[in-house]
Design a protein around this ligand. Structure first.
Ligand SMILES: Nc1ncnc2c1ncn2[C@@H]1O[C@H](COP(=O)(O)OP(=O)(O)OP(=O)(O)O)[C@@H](O)[C@H]1O
Length: 611
Protein backbone atom coordinates (compact mmCIF):
# COMPACT_ATOMS: atom_id res chain seq x y z
CA UNK A 1 0.00 0.00 0.00
CA UNK A 2 1.25 3.48 -0.79
CA UNK A 3 2.38 5.73 2.01
CA UNK A 4 -1.05 7.16 2.75
CA UNK A 5 0.28 9.81 5.08
CA UNK A 6 2.65 11.42 2.58
CA UNK A 7 0.44 10.94 -0.46
CA UNK A 8 -2.58 12.52 1.12
CA UNK A 9 -0.56 15.28 2.73
CA UNK A 10 0.63 16.25 -0.76
CA UNK A 11 -2.89 16.19 -2.02
CA UNK A 12 -3.99 18.30 0.85
CA UNK A 13 -1.31 20.88 0.10
CA UNK A 14 -2.50 21.05 -3.49
CA UNK A 15 -6.07 21.42 -2.40
CA UNK A 16 -5.15 24.15 0.04
CA UNK A 17 -3.11 25.97 -2.60
CA UNK A 18 -6.12 25.89 -4.84
CA UNK A 19 -8.19 27.07 -1.96
CA UNK A 20 -6.15 30.20 -1.31
CA UNK A 21 -4.98 31.34 -4.71
CA UNK A 22 -8.09 33.39 -5.40
CA UNK A 23 -8.38 32.14 -8.95
CA UNK A 24 -11.86 30.72 -8.97
CA UNK A 25 -13.35 30.64 -12.43
CA UNK A 26 -15.81 33.35 -13.27
CA UNK A 27 -14.42 36.00 -10.90
CA UNK A 28 -13.46 39.33 -12.51
CA UNK A 29 -9.87 40.47 -11.89
CA UNK A 30 -9.32 42.29 -8.64
CA UNK A 31 -8.70 46.00 -8.28
CA UNK A 32 -5.02 46.13 -7.25
CA UNK A 33 -5.10 49.60 -5.67
CA UNK A 34 -8.09 48.73 -3.52
CA UNK A 35 -6.61 45.36 -2.74
CA UNK A 36 -3.49 47.09 -1.35
CA UNK A 37 -5.60 49.62 0.56
CA UNK A 38 -7.38 46.79 2.37
CA UNK A 39 -4.03 45.18 3.27
CA UNK A 40 -2.72 48.48 4.60
CA UNK A 41 -5.86 48.91 6.66
CA UNK A 42 -5.13 45.54 8.23
CA UNK A 43 -7.84 43.34 6.73
CA UNK A 44 -6.69 39.75 6.26
CA UNK A 45 -6.05 38.42 2.77
CA UNK A 46 -9.27 37.37 0.98
CA UNK A 47 -9.37 33.61 0.51
CA UNK A 48 -11.33 31.99 -2.23
CA UNK A 49 -12.40 28.51 -1.29
CA UNK A 50 -12.39 26.31 -4.36
CA UNK A 51 -14.97 23.75 -3.34
CA UNK A 52 -14.56 21.50 -6.30
CA UNK A 53 -10.83 21.12 -5.78
CA UNK A 54 -11.22 20.54 -2.08
CA UNK A 55 -14.03 18.02 -2.44
CA UNK A 56 -12.19 16.20 -5.21
CA UNK A 57 -9.19 15.90 -2.96
CA UNK A 58 -11.09 14.67 0.05
CA UNK A 59 -12.48 17.64 1.90
CA UNK A 60 -12.79 15.81 5.19
CA UNK A 61 -9.10 15.09 5.06
CA UNK A 62 -8.30 18.74 4.34
CA UNK A 63 -10.29 19.68 7.41
CA UNK A 64 -8.55 17.07 9.51
CA UNK A 65 -5.07 18.06 8.40
CA UNK A 66 -5.72 21.73 9.04
CA UNK A 67 -7.07 20.97 12.50
CA UNK A 68 -10.56 22.16 11.59
CA UNK A 69 -13.80 20.73 12.81
CA UNK A 70 -15.21 17.98 10.61
CA UNK A 71 -16.77 19.29 7.42
CA UNK A 72 -20.28 18.31 8.43
CA UNK A 73 -21.57 19.74 11.67
CA UNK A 74 -23.79 16.72 12.37
CA UNK A 75 -20.65 14.56 12.48
CA UNK A 76 -19.02 16.65 15.21
CA UNK A 77 -17.67 14.53 17.99
CA UNK A 78 -19.87 13.93 20.99
CA UNK A 79 -19.28 12.03 24.21
CA UNK A 80 -19.96 8.33 23.61
CA UNK A 81 -20.87 6.90 26.99
CA UNK A 82 -19.34 3.53 27.83
CA UNK A 83 -22.21 1.53 29.30
CA UNK A 84 -19.82 -0.88 31.03
CA UNK A 85 -18.72 1.91 33.36
CA UNK A 86 -20.70 3.63 36.17
CA UNK A 87 -23.30 6.40 35.86
CA UNK A 88 -20.80 9.12 35.01
CA UNK A 89 -18.28 8.62 32.24
CA UNK A 90 -14.56 9.39 32.61
CA UNK A 91 -13.16 12.66 31.33
CA UNK A 92 -11.76 12.82 27.81
CA UNK A 93 -9.40 15.82 27.95
CA UNK A 94 -9.05 16.18 24.20
CA UNK A 95 -12.83 16.25 23.68
CA UNK A 96 -13.21 18.58 26.65
CA UNK A 97 -10.76 20.95 25.03
CA UNK A 98 -12.75 20.90 21.79
CA UNK A 99 -16.13 21.37 23.47
CA UNK A 100 -15.41 23.94 26.13
CA UNK A 101 -12.18 25.72 25.42
CA UNK A 102 -12.50 26.43 21.71
CA UNK A 103 -11.05 29.87 21.06
CA UNK A 104 -14.10 30.76 18.98
CA UNK A 105 -16.51 30.35 21.89
CA UNK A 106 -18.33 33.41 23.13
CA UNK A 107 -17.70 34.74 26.63
CA UNK A 108 -19.73 37.16 28.71
CA UNK A 109 -18.94 40.82 27.98
CA UNK A 110 -18.34 43.82 30.20
CA UNK A 111 -22.02 44.81 30.05
CA UNK A 112 -23.22 41.41 31.32
CA UNK A 113 -24.69 43.08 34.40
CA UNK A 114 -26.92 45.18 32.20
CA UNK A 115 -28.46 41.96 30.94
CA UNK A 116 -29.36 41.10 34.49
CA UNK A 117 -31.18 44.29 35.33
CA UNK A 118 -34.20 44.17 33.13
CA UNK A 119 -37.94 44.08 33.59
CA UNK A 120 -39.36 40.59 33.89
CA UNK A 121 -43.00 39.72 33.39
CA UNK A 122 -44.31 36.35 34.46
CA UNK A 123 -47.86 35.11 34.05
CA UNK A 124 -48.68 31.97 35.91
CA UNK A 125 -50.91 30.55 38.57
CA UNK A 126 -47.93 29.95 40.82
CA UNK A 127 -44.72 31.80 40.03
CA UNK A 128 -41.54 29.76 40.43
CA UNK A 129 -38.88 31.55 42.48
CA UNK A 130 -36.06 32.63 40.19
CA UNK A 131 -32.69 31.07 40.88
CA UNK A 132 -29.91 33.40 41.99
CA UNK A 133 -27.03 31.17 41.01
CA UNK A 134 -26.44 27.83 39.32
CA UNK A 135 -25.09 26.14 42.49
CA UNK A 136 -28.39 26.43 44.35
CA UNK A 137 -30.62 25.61 41.39
CA UNK A 138 -30.91 21.92 42.24
CA UNK A 139 -29.20 20.82 39.04
CA UNK A 140 -27.85 17.34 38.44
CA UNK A 141 -24.12 17.41 39.41
CA UNK A 142 -22.96 16.53 35.90
CA UNK A 143 -25.02 19.32 34.36
CA UNK A 144 -23.75 21.74 36.98
CA UNK A 145 -20.19 20.74 36.23
CA UNK A 146 -20.78 21.21 32.51
CA UNK A 147 -22.40 24.61 33.09
CA UNK A 148 -19.23 25.66 34.91
CA UNK A 149 -17.05 24.22 32.20
CA UNK A 150 -19.05 26.36 29.73
CA UNK A 151 -17.94 29.39 31.77
CA UNK A 152 -21.50 30.32 32.79
CA UNK A 153 -21.11 31.91 36.21
CA UNK A 154 -24.37 33.80 36.67
CA UNK A 155 -27.75 32.86 35.21
CA UNK A 156 -29.24 35.41 32.84
CA UNK A 157 -32.85 36.44 33.70
CA UNK A 158 -34.38 34.06 31.17
CA UNK A 159 -32.33 31.26 32.73
CA UNK A 160 -33.14 32.40 36.28
CA UNK A 161 -36.88 32.05 35.62
CA UNK A 162 -37.02 29.19 33.14
CA UNK A 163 -34.78 26.74 34.99
CA UNK A 164 -36.99 26.43 38.11
CA UNK A 165 -40.19 26.41 36.04
CA UNK A 166 -38.99 23.49 33.92
CA UNK A 167 -37.54 21.65 36.91
CA UNK A 168 -40.98 21.90 38.53
CA UNK A 169 -42.51 20.23 35.50
CA UNK A 170 -44.24 23.28 34.00
CA UNK A 171 -44.71 24.07 30.34
CA UNK A 172 -43.13 27.41 29.42
CA UNK A 173 -43.63 30.07 26.80
CA UNK A 174 -40.78 32.58 26.95
CA UNK A 175 -39.57 35.65 25.10
CA UNK A 176 -36.23 37.29 25.84
CA UNK A 177 -33.90 39.51 23.88
CA UNK A 178 -31.40 38.28 21.32
CA UNK A 179 -28.18 36.90 22.76
CA UNK A 180 -29.54 36.48 26.28
CA UNK A 181 -28.88 32.75 26.68
CA UNK A 182 -32.22 31.18 25.72
CA UNK A 183 -30.61 27.96 24.45
CA UNK A 184 -29.04 27.18 27.81
CA UNK A 185 -32.27 28.32 29.50
CA UNK A 186 -34.11 25.32 28.07
CA UNK A 187 -31.22 22.89 27.68
CA UNK A 188 -29.91 23.07 31.28
CA UNK A 189 -33.12 22.13 33.16
CA UNK A 190 -34.26 19.59 30.57
CA UNK A 191 -30.97 17.68 30.67
CA UNK A 192 -30.78 18.01 34.42
CA UNK A 193 -34.23 16.43 34.80
CA UNK A 194 -33.36 13.55 32.51
CA UNK A 195 -29.83 12.80 33.58
CA UNK A 196 -30.60 10.79 36.69
CA UNK A 197 -33.30 8.83 34.86
CA UNK A 198 -31.62 8.19 31.53
CA UNK A 199 -31.17 4.47 32.22
CA UNK A 200 -34.86 4.04 32.98
CA UNK A 201 -36.31 6.28 30.30
CA UNK A 202 -34.03 5.86 27.30
CA UNK A 203 -34.45 3.15 24.68
CA UNK A 204 -31.91 0.30 24.70
CA UNK A 205 -28.95 1.07 22.49
CA UNK A 206 -25.56 -0.27 21.40
CA UNK A 207 -22.42 0.54 23.35
CA UNK A 208 -21.04 2.89 20.69
CA UNK A 209 -18.00 3.67 22.84
CA UNK A 210 -16.81 0.13 22.17
CA UNK A 211 -17.36 0.33 18.41
CA UNK A 212 -20.39 0.20 16.13
CA UNK A 213 -21.32 -1.98 13.18
CA UNK A 214 -24.44 -0.87 11.26
CA UNK A 215 -25.14 -4.42 10.14
CA UNK A 216 -25.60 -5.76 13.67
CA UNK A 217 -25.84 -2.79 16.05
CA UNK A 218 -28.37 -0.41 14.50
CA UNK A 219 -31.35 0.70 16.56
CA UNK A 220 -34.14 3.12 15.88
CA UNK A 221 -33.92 6.58 17.43
CA UNK A 222 -36.42 7.16 20.23
CA UNK A 223 -35.47 10.59 21.56
CA UNK A 224 -36.60 11.90 24.93
CA UNK A 225 -36.14 15.50 23.84
CA UNK A 226 -37.01 17.11 20.53
CA UNK A 227 -35.81 20.62 19.68
CA UNK A 228 -37.22 22.12 16.48
CA UNK A 229 -35.69 25.28 15.00
CA UNK A 230 -36.00 27.08 11.66
CA UNK A 231 -32.48 27.16 10.23
CA UNK A 232 -29.76 24.62 9.59
CA UNK A 233 -27.11 26.83 11.14
CA UNK A 234 -29.11 27.25 14.32
CA UNK A 235 -29.74 23.51 14.45
CA UNK A 236 -25.96 22.87 14.42
CA UNK A 237 -25.43 25.52 17.06
CA UNK A 238 -28.02 24.06 19.44
CA UNK A 239 -26.45 20.66 18.84
CA UNK A 240 -23.11 22.15 19.96
CA UNK A 241 -24.68 23.37 23.20
CA UNK A 242 -26.21 19.91 23.74
CA UNK A 243 -22.82 18.27 23.09
CA UNK A 244 -21.33 20.44 25.83
CA UNK A 245 -24.07 19.98 28.40
CA UNK A 246 -24.33 16.20 27.79
CA UNK A 247 -20.58 15.69 28.29
CA UNK A 248 -19.81 12.59 30.42
CA UNK A 249 -23.48 11.64 30.58
CA UNK A 250 -25.51 8.79 29.06
CA UNK A 251 -27.59 11.23 27.05
CA UNK A 252 -26.62 11.16 23.39
CA UNK A 253 -27.46 14.21 21.22
CA UNK A 254 -27.86 14.19 17.43
CA UNK A 255 -28.95 16.72 14.84
CA UNK A 256 -30.69 16.42 11.48
CA UNK A 257 -31.12 19.26 9.02
CA UNK A 258 -31.80 19.87 5.36
CA UNK A 259 -28.91 19.87 2.91
CA UNK A 260 -26.69 17.54 4.96
CA UNK A 261 -26.13 13.99 3.66
CA UNK A 262 -29.18 11.91 4.52
CA UNK A 263 -27.26 8.64 4.86
CA UNK A 264 -24.82 10.07 7.41
CA UNK A 265 -27.56 11.67 9.43
CA UNK A 266 -29.56 8.43 9.46
CA UNK A 267 -26.47 6.59 10.64
CA UNK A 268 -26.14 8.92 13.62
CA UNK A 269 -29.75 8.18 14.56
CA UNK A 270 -29.18 4.45 14.23
CA UNK A 271 -26.56 4.67 16.98
CA UNK A 272 -29.34 5.82 19.33
CA UNK A 273 -30.39 9.34 20.19
CA UNK A 274 -31.86 10.95 23.31
CA UNK A 275 -31.74 14.61 22.36
CA UNK A 276 -32.76 15.31 18.78
CA UNK A 277 -32.28 18.77 17.31
CA UNK A 278 -33.93 19.18 13.93
CA UNK A 279 -35.11 21.50 11.21
CA UNK A 280 -38.76 20.78 10.34
CA UNK A 281 -38.45 19.54 6.75
CA UNK A 282 -35.81 16.89 7.45
CA UNK A 283 -37.58 15.86 10.63
CA UNK A 284 -40.86 15.38 8.81
CA UNK A 285 -39.08 13.23 6.20
CA UNK A 286 -37.42 11.03 8.80
CA UNK A 287 -40.66 10.66 10.76
CA UNK A 288 -42.15 8.72 7.86
CA UNK A 289 -39.85 5.77 8.63
CA UNK A 290 -40.70 4.23 12.01
CA UNK A 291 -37.72 1.89 11.74
CA UNK A 292 -35.54 4.98 11.89
CA UNK A 293 -37.31 7.39 14.24
CA UNK A 294 -40.27 7.33 16.62
CA UNK A 295 -41.32 10.08 19.00
CA UNK A 296 -43.34 8.04 21.49
CA UNK A 297 -40.76 8.39 24.26
CA UNK A 298 -40.62 12.18 24.11
CA UNK A 299 -40.61 13.91 27.48
CA UNK A 300 -39.86 17.39 26.12
CA UNK A 301 -40.77 19.17 22.91
CA UNK A 302 -39.01 22.51 22.52
CA UNK A 303 -39.71 24.99 19.76
CA UNK A 304 -36.94 27.53 19.39
CA UNK A 305 -37.59 30.73 17.44
CA UNK A 306 -41.23 29.81 18.06
CA UNK A 307 -42.73 32.85 16.38
CA UNK A 308 -40.99 31.90 13.14
CA UNK A 309 -41.76 28.19 13.47
CA UNK A 310 -45.45 28.82 14.10
CA UNK A 311 -45.74 31.11 11.13
CA UNK A 312 -48.18 30.01 8.42
CA UNK A 313 -45.29 29.06 6.10
CA UNK A 314 -44.40 26.14 8.35
CA UNK A 315 -47.94 25.07 9.16
CA UNK A 316 -47.87 21.73 7.37
CA UNK A 317 -44.54 20.63 8.84
CA UNK A 318 -45.39 21.81 12.33
CA UNK A 319 -48.81 20.13 12.32
CA UNK A 320 -47.18 16.79 11.46
CA UNK A 321 -44.43 17.29 14.01
CA UNK A 322 -46.67 18.43 16.82
CA UNK A 323 -49.11 15.57 16.28
CA UNK A 324 -46.18 13.11 16.09
CA UNK A 325 -44.67 14.61 19.20
CA UNK A 326 -48.00 14.22 20.89
CA UNK A 327 -47.66 10.46 20.40
CA UNK A 328 -46.56 10.43 24.00
CA UNK A 329 -49.80 11.38 25.69
CA UNK A 330 -48.11 11.08 29.04
CA UNK A 331 -48.89 14.02 31.29
CA UNK A 332 -45.16 14.28 31.86
CA UNK A 333 -44.58 15.52 28.32
CA UNK A 334 -43.51 19.16 28.67
CA UNK A 335 -43.73 21.76 25.91
CA UNK A 336 -41.40 24.76 25.84
CA UNK A 337 -41.69 27.67 23.38
CA UNK A 338 -38.88 30.23 23.06
CA UNK A 339 -38.29 33.34 20.98
CA UNK A 340 -36.90 36.87 20.99
CA UNK A 341 -39.90 38.25 19.11
CA UNK A 342 -43.55 37.43 19.58
CA UNK A 343 -46.26 36.23 17.24
CA UNK A 344 -49.88 35.74 18.18
CA UNK A 345 -49.68 32.20 16.81
CA UNK A 346 -47.56 31.40 19.84
CA UNK A 347 -50.57 32.06 22.01
CA UNK A 348 -52.78 29.89 19.79
CA UNK A 349 -50.34 26.97 19.99
CA UNK A 350 -49.88 27.54 23.70
CA UNK A 351 -53.63 27.09 24.15
CA UNK A 352 -53.64 23.91 22.10
CA UNK A 353 -50.57 22.10 23.38
CA UNK A 354 -49.40 23.68 26.62
CA UNK A 355 -50.96 22.72 29.91
CA UNK A 356 -53.32 25.22 31.48
CA UNK A 357 -50.89 26.05 34.25
CA UNK A 358 -48.06 26.89 31.86
CA UNK A 359 -45.69 29.66 32.85
CA UNK A 360 -45.28 32.65 30.60
CA UNK A 361 -42.04 34.59 30.96
CA UNK A 362 -41.18 37.80 29.20
CA UNK A 363 -37.83 39.49 29.70
CA UNK A 364 -37.99 43.11 28.56
CA UNK A 365 -40.45 44.03 25.83
CA UNK A 366 -40.94 41.15 23.42
CA UNK A 367 -39.20 42.11 20.21
CA UNK A 368 -37.09 44.85 21.73
CA UNK A 369 -33.56 45.59 20.58
CA UNK A 370 -30.76 45.17 23.04
CA UNK A 371 -29.42 48.40 24.51
CA UNK A 372 -25.85 47.15 24.10
CA UNK A 373 -26.16 47.60 20.33
CA UNK A 374 -25.21 51.08 19.20
CA UNK A 375 -27.59 51.65 16.30
CA UNK A 376 -26.95 54.10 13.54
CA UNK A 377 -29.15 54.74 10.50
CA UNK A 378 -27.49 56.53 7.61
CA UNK A 379 -29.04 57.87 4.43
CA UNK A 380 -27.55 56.23 1.33
CA UNK A 381 -29.04 56.42 -2.15
CA UNK A 382 -29.61 53.08 -3.82
CA UNK A 383 -26.84 53.60 -6.36
CA UNK A 384 -24.37 54.74 -3.70
CA UNK A 385 -24.71 51.69 -1.48
CA UNK A 386 -21.72 49.78 -2.79
CA UNK A 387 -19.38 52.72 -2.41
CA UNK A 388 -20.81 53.46 1.02
CA UNK A 389 -20.22 49.87 2.10
CA UNK A 390 -16.66 49.88 0.82
CA UNK A 391 -15.88 53.21 2.49
CA UNK A 392 -17.44 52.11 5.76
CA UNK A 393 -15.46 48.87 5.85
CA UNK A 394 -12.18 50.44 4.81
CA UNK A 395 -12.63 53.21 7.40
CA UNK A 396 -13.27 50.68 10.17
CA UNK A 397 -10.61 48.75 12.03
CA UNK A 398 -10.81 45.17 10.74
CA UNK A 399 -13.45 43.37 12.75
CA UNK A 400 -15.91 40.56 12.27
CA UNK A 401 -18.76 42.13 10.28
CA UNK A 402 -22.09 40.78 9.06
CA UNK A 403 -23.57 42.47 6.00
CA UNK A 404 -27.28 41.82 5.47
CA UNK A 405 -28.92 42.11 2.07
CA UNK A 406 -32.43 41.38 0.86
CA UNK A 407 -31.89 38.87 -1.96
CA UNK A 408 -29.63 35.97 -2.82
CA UNK A 409 -28.58 37.75 -6.00
CA UNK A 410 -27.52 40.83 -4.06
CA UNK A 411 -25.64 38.62 -1.60
CA UNK A 412 -23.54 37.13 -4.41
CA UNK A 413 -23.11 40.52 -6.00
CA UNK A 414 -21.98 42.28 -2.81
CA UNK A 415 -19.70 39.37 -1.87
CA UNK A 416 -18.01 39.51 -5.29
CA UNK A 417 -17.74 43.28 -5.13
CA UNK A 418 -16.02 43.22 -1.73
CA UNK A 419 -13.82 40.29 -2.65
CA UNK A 420 -12.67 41.94 -5.86
CA UNK A 421 -11.82 45.06 -3.91
CA UNK A 422 -9.51 43.14 -1.61
CA UNK A 423 -11.86 42.67 1.35
CA UNK A 424 -12.02 39.20 2.94
CA UNK A 425 -15.68 38.32 2.42
CA UNK A 426 -17.77 35.24 1.93
CA UNK A 427 -21.52 34.74 1.73
CA UNK A 428 -24.33 32.56 2.99
CA UNK A 429 -27.79 32.13 1.53
CA UNK A 430 -30.21 29.41 0.57
CA UNK A 431 -28.96 28.94 -3.01
CA UNK A 432 -25.56 27.86 -1.73
CA UNK A 433 -25.01 24.19 -1.01
CA UNK A 434 -25.06 23.13 2.61
CA UNK A 435 -21.33 22.41 2.44
CA UNK A 436 -20.71 25.94 1.20
CA UNK A 437 -22.94 27.34 3.94
CA UNK A 438 -21.13 25.45 6.67
CA UNK A 439 -17.77 26.39 5.26
CA UNK A 440 -18.71 30.07 4.97
CA UNK A 441 -19.83 30.17 8.59
CA UNK A 442 -16.69 28.34 9.72
CA UNK A 443 -14.46 30.79 7.81
CA UNK A 444 -16.37 33.67 9.41
CA UNK A 445 -15.93 32.17 12.88
CA UNK A 446 -12.24 31.51 12.35
CA UNK A 447 -11.63 34.99 10.97
CA UNK A 448 -10.29 33.80 7.61
CA UNK A 449 -13.35 35.49 6.06
CA UNK A 450 -14.31 38.06 8.70
CA UNK A 451 -16.93 39.70 6.47
CA UNK A 452 -20.02 37.57 5.93
CA UNK A 453 -22.67 38.72 3.46
CA UNK A 454 -26.00 37.12 4.31
CA UNK A 455 -29.67 37.12 3.52
CA UNK A 456 -32.19 37.14 6.36
CA UNK A 457 -31.96 33.36 6.58
CA UNK A 458 -28.95 33.70 8.89
CA UNK A 459 -30.49 36.38 11.05
CA UNK A 460 -32.14 34.02 13.45
CA UNK A 461 -30.14 32.63 16.29
CA UNK A 462 -26.62 32.67 14.89
CA UNK A 463 -24.17 33.13 17.73
CA UNK A 464 -20.64 33.99 16.61
CA UNK A 465 -18.01 35.41 18.91
CA UNK A 466 -16.91 39.01 18.39
CA UNK A 467 -19.33 40.05 15.69
CA UNK A 468 -18.61 43.74 16.20
CA UNK A 469 -20.56 45.27 13.38
CA UNK A 470 -23.83 44.44 11.62
CA UNK A 471 -24.43 46.39 8.44
CA UNK A 472 -27.88 46.45 6.87
CA UNK A 473 -26.86 47.08 3.27
CA UNK A 474 -30.58 46.60 2.59
CA UNK A 475 -33.08 47.08 5.37
CA UNK A 476 -35.55 44.20 5.68
CA UNK A 477 -38.91 44.58 4.00
CA UNK A 478 -41.89 45.66 6.08
CA UNK A 479 -44.02 43.24 4.03
CA UNK A 480 -42.02 40.30 5.33
CA UNK A 481 -42.12 41.03 9.01
CA UNK A 482 -39.28 43.50 8.65
CA UNK A 483 -39.51 44.81 12.22
CA UNK A 484 -38.76 41.42 13.74
CA UNK A 485 -36.10 40.69 11.17
CA UNK A 486 -34.37 43.99 11.98
CA UNK A 487 -34.25 43.02 15.67
CA UNK A 488 -32.90 39.54 14.90
CA UNK A 489 -30.32 40.91 12.45
CA UNK A 490 -28.84 43.53 14.76
CA UNK A 491 -28.96 40.98 17.58
CA UNK A 492 -26.07 39.09 15.95
CA UNK A 493 -23.82 41.62 17.67
CA UNK A 494 -23.69 42.69 21.32
CA UNK A 495 -24.52 39.25 22.65
CA UNK A 496 -24.38 38.17 26.29
CA UNK A 497 -23.20 41.52 27.62
CA UNK A 498 -20.81 42.35 24.79
CA UNK A 499 -21.15 45.53 22.76
CA UNK A 500 -21.50 46.13 19.07
CA UNK A 501 -22.53 48.44 16.33
CA UNK A 502 -25.36 48.21 13.80
CA UNK A 503 -25.30 50.52 10.79
CA UNK A 504 -28.29 50.54 8.44
CA UNK A 505 -28.40 52.11 4.99
CA UNK A 506 -31.71 53.89 4.58
CA UNK A 507 -33.31 55.63 1.61
CA UNK A 508 -36.79 56.61 0.46
CA UNK A 509 -37.62 53.03 -0.53
CA UNK A 510 -37.44 52.09 3.17
CA UNK A 511 -39.99 54.66 4.24
CA UNK A 512 -42.44 52.03 5.48
CA UNK A 513 -39.87 51.01 8.11
CA UNK A 514 -39.26 54.60 9.24
CA UNK A 515 -41.80 54.86 12.11
CA UNK A 516 -40.58 51.58 13.56
CA UNK A 517 -36.91 52.56 13.26
CA UNK A 518 -37.54 55.90 14.95
CA UNK A 519 -39.27 54.13 17.86
CA UNK A 520 -36.50 51.56 18.25
CA UNK A 521 -33.85 54.29 18.25
CA UNK A 522 -35.83 56.24 20.83
CA UNK A 523 -36.42 53.20 23.01
CA UNK A 524 -32.73 52.34 23.12
CA UNK A 525 -31.48 55.89 23.54
CA UNK A 526 -29.84 56.09 20.12
CA UNK A 527 -30.02 59.39 18.31
CA UNK A 528 -32.64 59.83 15.60
CA UNK A 529 -31.21 61.21 12.35
CA UNK A 530 -32.71 64.30 10.71
CA UNK A 531 -34.32 62.35 7.89
CA UNK A 532 -36.35 60.35 10.46
CA UNK A 533 -37.16 63.39 12.60
CA UNK A 534 -40.79 63.51 11.39
CA UNK A 535 -41.33 60.00 12.83
CA UNK A 536 -39.80 60.81 16.18
CA UNK A 537 -42.20 59.64 18.92
CA UNK A 538 -43.64 62.34 21.13
CA UNK A 539 -41.64 62.85 24.29
CA UNK A 540 -43.05 61.46 27.56
CA UNK A 541 -45.57 59.33 25.73
CA UNK A 542 -45.29 55.54 25.98
CA UNK A 543 -43.94 53.94 22.81
CA UNK A 544 -46.60 51.94 21.05
CA UNK A 545 -45.06 49.09 19.08
CA UNK A 546 -48.39 47.46 18.33
CA UNK A 547 -46.69 44.13 19.00
CA UNK A 548 -49.50 42.17 20.63
CA UNK A 549 -47.13 40.75 23.19
CA UNK A 550 -49.62 40.47 25.99
CA UNK A 551 -50.68 41.96 29.27
CA UNK A 552 -48.34 43.50 31.73
CA UNK A 553 -49.48 41.64 34.79
CA UNK A 554 -47.15 40.72 37.59
CA UNK A 555 -44.32 43.03 36.54
CA UNK A 556 -41.32 42.75 38.69
CA UNK A 557 -37.68 43.68 38.66
CA UNK A 558 -34.96 41.10 38.82
CA UNK A 559 -32.53 41.80 41.60
CA UNK A 560 -29.26 40.19 40.76
CA UNK A 561 -26.97 38.64 43.33
CA UNK A 562 -24.19 41.18 42.98
CA UNK A 563 -26.54 44.00 43.77
CA UNK A 564 -27.16 45.51 40.34
CA UNK A 565 -30.82 46.36 39.96
CA UNK A 566 -32.94 48.50 37.72
CA UNK A 567 -35.11 48.51 34.73
CA UNK A 568 -33.16 48.14 31.52
CA UNK A 569 -35.46 50.67 29.91
CA UNK A 570 -34.64 53.16 32.62
CA UNK A 571 -31.64 55.23 33.35
CA UNK A 572 -28.81 52.88 32.54
CA UNK A 573 -29.55 52.13 28.95
CA UNK A 574 -30.08 55.65 27.70
CA UNK A 575 -26.66 56.04 26.18
CA UNK A 576 -24.22 53.40 25.12
CA UNK A 577 -20.84 54.42 26.30
CA UNK A 578 -17.87 53.35 24.21
CA UNK A 579 -16.38 50.19 25.70
CA UNK A 580 -13.58 50.59 28.16
CA UNK A 581 -10.35 51.05 26.32
CA UNK A 582 -8.08 48.07 26.60
CA UNK A 583 -4.94 47.21 24.76
CA UNK A 584 -7.02 44.94 22.56
CA UNK A 585 -9.16 47.72 21.25
CA UNK A 586 -7.82 49.65 18.32
CA UNK A 587 -9.39 53.05 18.52
CA UNK A 588 -12.63 54.92 18.69
CA UNK A 589 -13.55 57.12 15.81
CA UNK A 590 -16.40 59.04 14.34
CA UNK A 591 -17.82 62.28 15.52
CA UNK A 592 -21.26 61.13 16.53
CA UNK A 593 -22.85 62.62 13.46
CA UNK A 594 -25.78 60.68 12.16
CA UNK A 595 -26.57 62.21 8.85
CA UNK A 596 -24.26 60.44 6.45
CA UNK A 597 -22.42 57.19 6.37
CA UNK A 598 -18.96 58.64 6.69
CA UNK A 599 -19.52 60.06 10.14
CA UNK A 600 -21.52 57.45 12.04
CA UNK A 601 -20.75 57.30 15.69
CA UNK A 602 -19.11 53.99 16.29
CA UNK A 603 -18.04 52.20 19.41
CA UNK A 604 -14.52 50.91 19.39
CA UNK A 605 -14.22 47.72 17.45
CA UNK A 606 -12.05 44.85 18.52
CA UNK A 607 -9.54 44.17 15.77
CA UNK A 608 -9.26 40.71 14.30
CA UNK A 609 -5.74 40.16 15.53
CA UNK A 610 -7.04 40.30 19.09
CA UNK A 611 -8.02 36.67 18.83
N1 LIG B 1 -25.19 32.38 31.95
C1 LIG B 1 -24.36 32.63 30.95
N2 LIG B 1 -23.18 33.26 31.17
C2 LIG B 1 -22.32 33.54 30.15
N3 LIG B 1 -22.56 33.22 28.85
C3 LIG B 1 -23.73 32.61 28.57
C4 LIG B 1 -24.68 32.26 29.60
N4 LIG B 1 -25.73 31.65 29.02
C5 LIG B 1 -25.47 31.59 27.69
N5 LIG B 1 -24.27 32.17 27.41
C6 LIG B 1 -23.67 32.36 26.06
O1 LIG B 1 -24.39 33.42 25.47
C7 LIG B 1 -24.41 33.31 24.05
C8 LIG B 1 -25.81 33.59 23.51
O2 LIG B 1 -26.69 32.56 23.89
P1 LIG B 1 -27.88 32.07 22.95
O3 LIG B 1 -27.38 31.85 21.56
O4 LIG B 1 -28.55 30.96 23.64
O5 LIG B 1 -28.80 33.37 22.94
P2 LIG B 1 -30.31 33.52 22.50
O6 LIG B 1 -31.00 34.24 23.58
O7 LIG B 1 -30.87 32.22 22.05
O8 LIG B 1 -30.15 34.51 21.24
P3 LIG B 1 -31.05 34.62 19.90
O9 LIG B 1 -32.39 35.15 20.30
O10 LIG B 1 -30.28 35.58 19.07
O11 LIG B 1 -31.13 33.25 19.32
C9 LIG B 1 -23.90 31.91 23.75
O12 LIG B 1 -22.58 32.02 23.24
C10 LIG B 1 -23.87 31.21 25.10
O13 LIG B 1 -22.82 30.27 25.19
Amino acid sequence: MADRESTTAGEVTDALNNVSNGTAPGKPPRDEAKYQAARERGWVEPQNFDYEAAVAKNADLVAKTTGDEPMWAHKSRRYEFDQDLGDVGPEIPELEQELFLGKFRMSAGIKFNKLLSIKVVTETTERPDPIRNFNDAGLHPIVLENVKKCGYETPTPIQAYTIPAVLKGRDVIATAQTGSGKTAAFMIPVLSKLMGKAKKLAAPRPNVAKGWDPATDRVRAEPLVLVVCPTRELCCQIFDEARRLCYRSMLRPACIYGGGPVRDQKEELMKGCDILIATPGRLKDFMTDPRLLVLSRLRFTIIDEADEMLHDDWEEEMTTIMSGADANMDAQHQYLLFSATFDKNMRRVAKKFLSQDHVRIRIGRAGSAHGNVKQSIVYVDKNQKQQALYDLLIASPPARTLVFVRSKKTADFVDDFLFNNGLPSTSIHSDRTQREREDALRAFKKGTAPILVATGVSARGIDVKNVMHVINFDLPSIDHNGQDEYIHRIGRTARIGNEGLATSFYNDMDEAMAPFLAKVLAETGNSIPDFLEQYKPAENEPLDFDDDSGDEENDELVTVPNGATGDAWGAEEASIAAPQQTNDIANTWGSGGNGSWGESAMPAVQPLNAW
